[in-house]
Design a protein around this ligand. Structure first.
Ligand SMILES: [Zn+2]
Length: 293
């Protein structure tokens, strides 16, 4: 665990942290019913013109993957990284009985080695670069055989500000939070808004909010998400949330900004944040530290 904290801290410097944990098999043995020991959970949502399938992996980083089911085909997003999740995901896809037309990989490269891959602008270079490469090497050392073989095929790069159609559904690609480059904001069928991190109700991770400057960047990005008018908001971390969660995240970020301007040090900030959000889960100390470094 210590190794994983060090790894997370290293990734946090560049706000790149992603997959982290694979202890979920044991963790979930107690929560699953005896009939079938599933690792993650699927939930489906019917939208106008397509169906959205959400797969929550149940790891500590709340990694989530998605399937957009069009009339005649499927689009998968953020394919799971760990074998146990990837196998479950593949089995679910098979049961849907439609071909996968493309895999959209934003931040989370996973087990999509047999699929045509699409990435937002800047992501292919980023994945080949030292930051992402170093992180994946760290994961490989830490998790070894539990991880899938990463895809090596060439990805098609999609420019920001463009709309692509896959499986009969429009995907509008825009840039995500400036502090999380090359993270994107992808609007699916005008009804579902994807970003690297969904605005779930928890103190923000320093992997997402790694500096004082990132507060404004995340604030702008979250307001842009809300402005899409989407019904559902999804992320590579955090699964699916609805509009009130996005509004709550904006209020939270505004609170962070105010407290960061008012408080002299990380301790005073942490105390004030705890008083403002006494019931919110998550770790305040590492966030406070990141905002005052
Ligand atoms: Zn991530």
């Amino acid at each position: 665990m210590k190794k994983s904290i060090v790894l997370m801290a290293a990734a946090a410097i560049l706000a790149v942290g992603c997959k982290n944990n694979n202890e979920n098999t044991n963790q979930n043995d107690t929560t699953m019913n005896a009939q079938k020991e599933a690792v993650g959970q699927f939930q489906a949502y019917q939208l106008d013109g397509f169906k959205l399938h959400v797969y929550n992996s149940n790891d500590v980083m709340f990694d989530a993957s998605y399937i957009i089911e069009g009339q005649d085909g499927l689009v998968v997003m953020e394919y799971p990284l760990f074998k146990v999740n990837a196998a479950e995901f593949a089995e679910y896809i098979k049961a849907l009985g439609k071909p996968v037309v493309t895999d959209i990989t934003d931040y989370h490269l996973g087990g999509s080695d047999q699929l045509p891959i699409v990435m937002p602008e800047g992501m292919p270079q980023f994945i080949e670069g030292p930051i992402y490469g170093g992180m994946m090497k760290g994961f490989a050392e830490q998790f070894g055989e539990t991880m899938v073989d990463l895809p090596t095929q060439q990805a098609t790069e999609v420019p920001f500000g463009s709309t692509q159609q896959y499986a009969g559904v429009d995907f509008r690609f825009d840039r995500g939070a400036a502090s999380d480059f090359p993270g994107s904001m992808i609007l699916i069928g005008s009804q579902v808004c994807y970003t690297h991190w969904a605005p779930y109700q928890m103190h923000m991770s320093p992997l997402q909010l790694g500096s004082k400057e990132a507060i404004d960047a995340e604030l702008a990005a979250t307001k842009a998400e809300l402005a899409t008018g989407a019904k559902y908001f999804i992320g590579g971390h955090g699964g699916l949330v609805e509009k009130p969660a996005v509004e709550a995240r904006i209020a939270y970020l505004e609170c962070l900004k105010k407290l960061r301007a008012e408080k002299k040090d990380a301790n005073a900030f942490a105390e004030a944040l705890k008083a403002a959000y006494p019931d919110m889960p998550g770790d305040i100390a590492p966030l406070a530290e990141a905002l005052y470094k």
